[in-house]
Ligand binder design. Sequence first.
Ligand SMILES: [Zn+2]
Length: 132
Amino acid sequence: MLKKCLYCDSRFRPDHRAYTIQKACRKPSCRWERKHCAQRRWLANNPDYFGPWRLKKREWARTHPSYWKTYRRRHPAYVDQHRLYCRLAMRYQRKKLIKKDGLTPLLDGKSPLQLEFQFTKQNGMDKNTVSI
Ligand SMILES: [Zn+2]
């Protein structure tokens, strides 16, 4: 039995083990969107989860003002990758704001993670040494 994908409206055959709960097809953009929505929902239900961690991180950065400046100078690949990631995230947010349903296919059918991987591969960066 086919189901309708919540994100791209296409028909898909769900995995037999998750038939009742699977809501997205196998396309990477739909899987990314489903995960993103789930994470947003979880964060909305648990607003204090990252609060103390963020405050600690911010406080640490305040006491070590030159750490990130030095790190970025020594790791230009990280700067490029982070810039790309931010650009994609902002593009995604804009698309989401423009289309109120927020379920638009992403970036020529590719998820930001796919594009990030492609960028990393093209620029000869090792994914394990550069993190976002
Ligand atoms: Zn889909």
